[in-house]
Design a protein around this ligand. Structure first.
Ligand SMILES: [Mn+2]
Length: 352
């Protein structure tokens, strides 16, 4: 074969490549149009029956030299890429996304502006046990110049036989103490029906890891005018976490603080594995403030300070940790709560 012949054939091949390119993009545009129609109908984007019919049409008309199985694999890739194109369009439209709103959402809670680039802290006991217990912690929190107090009144526990919290009485104690010390209250709500009465007692609705995909609770939290602190589920991907926040904002409440609290992995040295890079990813993908809960991610008192330093260094808007006047007798999470003295040292180190 002469070089001239080879050049000619290569020229034809380039031409065919460009035609395929043109067709593939034409196909993508059609798929996007179909996606918009399906969106209006609320129909699923992926339709396996339709996909099978398309593959059958292709293989029925196949005269070779490619095998049917090869063509199916090739076209399957094209189908997948088109579907992903639709999903990209959708991600662009998420209300929590940076693409939708480039500026940081700043949430003012008791004068603390979460998302303003400064560092914020939410401290308090794991569970509300008594007025005295909460008041001691509130006193220490206030002396550190902090403005928010956390405390659990409804405790979703792994075992139904573990302490379940004081419920409404716990919220009343929190409210009383918080008023006395000029603090705002962050507390977990587990039941959508409790939200309406809880808003009288708390300043921030916490949705815990075990409820991150409790969609009715997310929607209920989205319908009230209170900031929401949403924790990442124990086995949730970042995408699932972001979509959980989307449930809240889609109902009208955009005051959401995301909280990384560690995910479940095979590692047993810590209670969970702190996914520290989730912080910058969430900051890039969304406009919401992002916090790190160092207590539940590590489950170890000796790791609270280094984990908090890492969180702030990587760009978290704040740190959450648990403080108890006497952790040894705490009704929950006794192994990882700080006593007041440790808490004071912890804060002093972080403020350096
Ligand atoms: Mn706890």
């Amino acid at each position: 074969m002469s070089n001239e012949q080879l050049d000619q054939l290569r020229g034809k091949l380039d031409q065919v490549n460009l035609e395929i390119l043109d067709l593939i993009n034409k196909r993508a545009e059609l798929v996007q149009e179909i996606g918009q129609v399906k969106d209006k109908q609320g129909a699923n984007r992926f339709d396996p029956v339709r996909e099978r019919a398309m593959l059958d049409l292709i293989t029925d008309h196949n005269n070779g030299p490619f095998e049917n199985s090869t063509l199916e694999a090739l076209f399957k890739e094209i189908f997948k890429a088109s579907l992903e194109l639709q999903e990209d369009d959708h991600r662009k439209a998420l209300l929590v996304s940076r693409k939708k709103k480039p500026d940081n959402t700043i949430i003012d809670i008791n004068g603390e502006k979460f998302g303003d680039g400064e560092q914020h802290f939410i401290m308090g006991p794991c569970a509300v046990e008594s007025y005295d217990q909460v008041a001691k912690v509130a006193d220490a929190v206030k002396k550190q110049g902090l403005k928010l107090l956390r405390g659990g009144a409804f405790k979703p526990r792994t075992s139904p036989y573990d302490f379940q919290g004081l419920g409404l009485e716990g919220l009343q104690i929190l409210k009383k103490v918080a008023d006395e010390f000029g603090l705002a209250v962050v507390s977990e709500i587990v039941n959508p029906a409790d939200i309406e009465k809880a808003v009288d007692y708390i300043d921030v609705i916490q949705i815990g890891a075990r409820n991150m995909q409790n969609f009715e609770l997310l929607k209920a939290a989205g319908e009230v005018d209170k900031p929401v602190l949403l924790k990442r589920g124990l086995s949730a991907t970042i995408s699932e976490f972001i979509n959980a926040a989307e449930y809240i904002i889609s109902k009208g409440n955009g005051n959401i603080i995301l909280c990384e609290r560690g995910i479940r992995t095979y590692e047993k040295a810590t209670r969970n594995t702190l996914d520290i890079t989730a912080v910058p990813i969430l900051k890039q993908e969304t406009h919401l403030p992002v916090m790190v809960d160092v207590t539940h991610s590590t489950g170890r008192r000796d790791l609270l300070l280094p984990a908090a330093k890492a969180a702030l260094a990587i760009g978290a808007d704040g740190v959450m940790a648990e403080v108890h006047p006497d952790p040894a007798v705490a009704l929950s999470d006794s192994a990882q709560q700080m006593d007041i003295e440790t808490f004071n040292r912890f804060m002093a180190e972080l403020k350096k």
